[in-house]
Design a protein around this ligand. Structure first.
Ligand code: NIG
Ligand code: FE
Length: 424
């Protein structure tokens, strides 16, 4: 049996993210995994594991005291899109608001046009590049939304691109149908007609695909109302799609309360969430997904993540990578904002991109923490301890990335950490 096993040994800190709080770090640890099943076999202090496992018969990689963590998870992205909106970014720097740009027919509509015009191959190629960028920062799973088609054909094209990427790229892609992202131009004066089309044709086609797990709605000022959102999400639930919602981003609309009412898995953005919304989410077990790079990029106040964490909510973080409100997939920036601006502790920030992010995509049984039986998705840092992910501001500390037990990415060479570590 032991021939099939591999191990990482001489791990300075094994950050397991097990349990309900804290990181449950094991020092002087080893992690044993099975390359064939892609699962974790055992982990713990090497001294203790030695009693059960004969390390001389296991392929071992000595990490020289480096830290190991679960692979990061990004539970909210729009990474499959055509074109760019750089000009809008500069308009915003000049003082125009996201809503003003949207009301002038810019914003999401621009990307809808560009995505309709993009070929499958083009979307696939750009999606692949974006997943490479995620992977090099230690991200092993991303959620990806459709929502730049706003017509059946293009929505399905986005979903097809994600399906092929999920199969062919090392990063796993969890799919969300976001046919209710905006009211498309063609239906501006007849929104009911688009919602009917969405419910009668688009939702069933999306729900028919096993890989599509969630239905999302942009519920906010100028987009979908609370009533419309509830109707769409309940129809989607009947077809087996779980709910996620973009809520209370631009204005307070009672979106978090609705997320609790419909039993959504997660509520996302939450810049303007109410006290009631926070307490409803807690009662209903809704995971808040906070997107601080979007607030940073839009020059908005941050979501009250500290308050949510203090109320006992398991806060998750995501990049929101998209061409408009947040053209960034940077995990170092995400972790910097989470600690400097949202005032999450380093432990909370790491849980927010691992186990809590897994909960936000309903995958906590599979990924998000290091435990025997879970998928062998983990990262090795080229740093003395895990806190360098936060302390080394804006810099990628990830050295190696393993997906289902296989090393899928490695930086060319490690830094001089080994020397520093051995000296001390
Ligand atoms: O999460 N808020 C709605 N959707 C995206 C923005 C998409 C875009 O601007 O293209 C978001 O920020
Ligand atoms: Fe979004």
């Amino acid at each position: 049996m032991e021939e099939k096993l591999s191990a990482l040994v001489n791990i300075g800190e094994l950050v397991t993210c097990q349990g309900e709080e804290g990181l449950k770090i094991i020092g002087d640890a080893a992690l044993i995994f099975n390359q064939e099943t892609g699962r974790i076999t055992a982990l713990g202090e090497k001294r203790a594991l030695r009693k059960e496992y004969n390390f001389s018969r296991i392929k071992c990689d000595d990490l020289g005291g480096r830290p190991v963590l679960p692979g990061f998870i990004d539970p909210h992205t729009h990474f499959v899109f055509g074109g760019y909106r750089a000009e809008e970014y500069f308009w915003r720097l000049g003082g125009m608001s996201y809503l003003e740009i949207m009301e002038r027919g810019g914003g999401i509509s621009n990307t809808v046009q560009a995505t309709r015009e993009s070929s499958f191959e083009e979307l696939y190629r750009r999606g692949w590049q974006r997943l490479n960028s995620f992977l090099s920062q230690g991200v092993t799973t991303v959620e990806g939304k459709s929502g730049y088609g706003m017509e059946l054909e293009t929505e399905l094209k986005q979903l097809d691109v994600m399906k092929k990427l999920d199969r062919e790229h090392p990063v796993d892609v969890v799919q969300t149908f976001l046919g209710a992202h905006i009211i498309p131009e063609e239906y501006r004066n007849n929104r009911e007609k688009y919602i009917d089309l969405l419910i009668e044709e688009m939702l069933p086609a999306a729900a028919d695909r096993d890989e599509v797990k969630f239905c999302d709605v942009f519920c906010d000022k100028g987009v979908y109302t609370i009533e419309e959102t509830e109707k769409i999400l309940l129809e989607a639930q009947k077809l087996g799609l779980k709910s996620k919602i973009h809520v209370d981003e631009i204005e307070y609309v009672g979106g978090a309360e609705l997320a609790a009412k419909v039993g959504a898995v997660s509520a996302e953005h939450l810049l303007k969430v109410s006290e009631q919304g926070i307490s409803d989410m807690k009662k209903a077990g809704v995971i808040p997904v906070i997107l601080p790079i979007t607030a940073f990029s839009l020059g908005e106040n941050y979501a009250p993540a500290r308050k949510m964490a203090d109320s006992g909510l398991p806060v998750a973080l995501a990049t929101d990578l998209n061409p408009g409100s947040c053209y960034s997939e940077s995990f170092p920036l995400l972790l910097a904002l989470a600690t400097l601006k949202l005032n999450l502790t380093p432990e909370e920030a790491i849980r927010a991109v691992t186990i809590n992010a897994a909960r936000a995509i309903d995958s906590e049984e599979e990924i998000g923490s290091l435990k025997p039986g879970k998928r062998a998705d983990f990262i090795v840092l080229d740093a003395p301890d895990y806190r360098h992910l936060i302390y080394h501001i804006g810099i990628n500390s990830v050295w190696k990335v393993y997906k289902a037990g296989k090393k899928v990415w490695q930086r060319e060479k490690g830094g001089d950490f080994e020397k520093c570590h051995l000296k001390s």
